[in-house]
Design a protein around this ligand. Structure first.
Ligand SMILES: [Zn+2]
Length: 471
């Protein structure tokens, strides 16, 4: 009996409380499409002249020196990425990803998984229109975050979303929607402040702005994925959800050299079907517990957003976070959200005892599959160690393998005959530890259950807990 009411709410207030500004991304997609058309025209005609006028941007360090926003946001070609795109390794940027151009092993991985994905129908549209959705809000059977911020899955074997922190008095600092082409001054500022954050990068932005993405890693921020094209994930088909996550993970791997194990759903739009696919790809779902609504600055006044920030700051001062720290939704989306971030960082540091990346607060000292990237644990961080030990970004121009960690510790490389057991068959329980305590202690990416056993034809042992997909 609640479902009709639920729909009205979804089309209005609850829906607006989700993350992001779909209109912004519609503009980005239009711009990308016209820029792609323009570059095809140039390529057919005066490509040499066009190349001569493009700024010289050859590596992360030189690119980081540019601080003129217009110059920063002038498109450029970075050879490793251009080579990958020319080879058809990725779907079209800013389009909903699918597997139509995927290598056979990747398609096989999806197919092996597809049968065990929770049988939940896609909801609404990729642009976030849920007005026609008939959803049983009374029981929230899919643990649909967009409906009522559910973060403890109903489907067996799924990890809870990380939405707050086990460490008290802590502001989990996160910035979504990057890499922003004009973020150098902001990243300079964070460096001056010796402040690291968790950056949720969009795969299409990583390919558009590869050197900016590399800077995020170089500066010691924790990198997580934010899908390929920034759509509402619960609206997509299983294949599209898989491809959106897979290719965002691969873009970061190919451009930065690291395999991320965390992601944040655009607009927070996740349900158990999407969670299952993410977890199967070794990606922990990170949501938030406080929202600044900074992405709404085009429609809300700056004063309103400052008020939202201040409300969280007041909570920091009055003991609201004495048991659990918070993860706060903020963005490097545009100059306004960046300016708010700079305005408030000193105030955040004043109001909260600790300001840390999510992974650091979770003692996740090795957030990537690769070794050689070591972050401080929370005790080290609070004792003043904010430096990160890491290898330099290593872009590749040839197709790289992507390692997908498995929860079972079973090993092997993917072949077309690999199959995942169903969640029901393999899970012992939900993680349970990801709820109010803010997630398991550093166990991100090594899910307890769902990803399941490889039930057939694992080919070759290649190392503990990982399978490797060649693409
Ligand atoms: Zn976003």
């Amino acid at each position: 009996m609640h479902s009709s009411l639920a729909l009205a709410v979804l089309a209005g207030a609850a829906f607006a409380s989700a993350c992001g500004d779909e209109k912004h991304f519609q503009r980005v997609r239009r711009a990308a499409a016209s820029s792609a058309a323009a570059s095809r025209t140039v390529a057919a005609g005066t490509s040499a002249a066009a190349a001569a006028t493009a700024p010289s941007r050859t590596d992360e360090a030189s690119n980081a020196q540019i601080t003129n926003a217009a110059e920063e946001c002038t498109p450029y070609s970075y050879p490793p990425v251009a080579a990958l795109q020319a080879a058809g390794v990725f779907p079209e940027i800013w389009e909903i990803a699918n597997l139509s151009t995927a290598q056979p092993d990747v398609t096989a991985l999806f197919q092996s998984l597809n049968g065990s994905i929770p049988n939940i129908a896609p909801k609404g549209t990729p642009a976030g229109d849920f007005s026609g959705v008939n959803y049983d809000g009374a029981t929230d059977p899919d643990c649909w975050w967009t409906y009522e911020q559910c973060h403890t899955p109903k489907a067996k074997g799924l990890q809870s979303d990380v939405y707050n922190l086990a460490t008290p008095e802590t502001w989990g600092l996160t910035y979504d929607d990057g890499p922003n082409c004009s973020h150098n001054a902001f990243y300079d500022y964070l460096q001056d402040q010796k402040q690291k954050a968790t950056m949720f990068y969009i795969g299409s932005n990583v390919l558009d702005w590869p050197l900016e993405a590399q800077r995020g890693l170089t500066d010691g921020h924790e990198i997580c994925a934010h899908t390929w094209s920034h759509r509402y994930m619960t609206a997509l088909t299983n294949e599209q959800v898989f491809a959106e996550l897979y290719y965002s993970k691969k873009a970061i791997k190919d451009v930065l050299g690291v395999t991320v194990q965390c992601w944040r759903p655009p607009y927070g739009d996740v349900d158990d079907r999407v969670r299952y696919i993410a977890q199967s790809l070794g990606m922990q779902t990170i949501i938030w517990s406080d929202n600044t609504f900074d992405y709404n600055i085009a429609t809300l006044s700056r004063a309103t957003i400052e008020g939202n920030y201040n409300e969280i700051l007041n909570g920091g001062k009055n003991g609201s976070y004495a048991v659990n720290g918070t993860i706060v939704l903020t963005h490097e989306l545009n100059a306004d959200t960046i300016s708010l971030a700079e305005e408030f960082l000193p105030k955040i540091k004043e109001a909260f005892k600790y300001v840390a990346p999510v992974g650091v607060a979770m003692n996740n000292t090795e957030p990537y599959v690769e070794s050689g990237y070591t972050y401080p644990n929370f005790a080290q961080w609070t004792a003043g160690t904010t430096s990160i030990s890491l290898a330099a970004p290593t872009a590749v121009s040839t197709d790289a393998s992507l390692s997908i960690p498995l929860s079972t510790g079973q090993t092997g490389s993917v072949s077309a005959t690999v199959a995942y057991a169903s969640a029901a068959a393999t899970s012992s329980s939900g993680s349970g530890s990801g709820g109010s305590s803010g997630g398991s202690n550093g166990a991100r990416g090594t899910a307890q259950g769902i990803v399941g056993a490889i039930t057939a034809a694992v080919v070759g042992a290649i190392g503990a807990g990982a399978i490797t997909v060649m693409l």
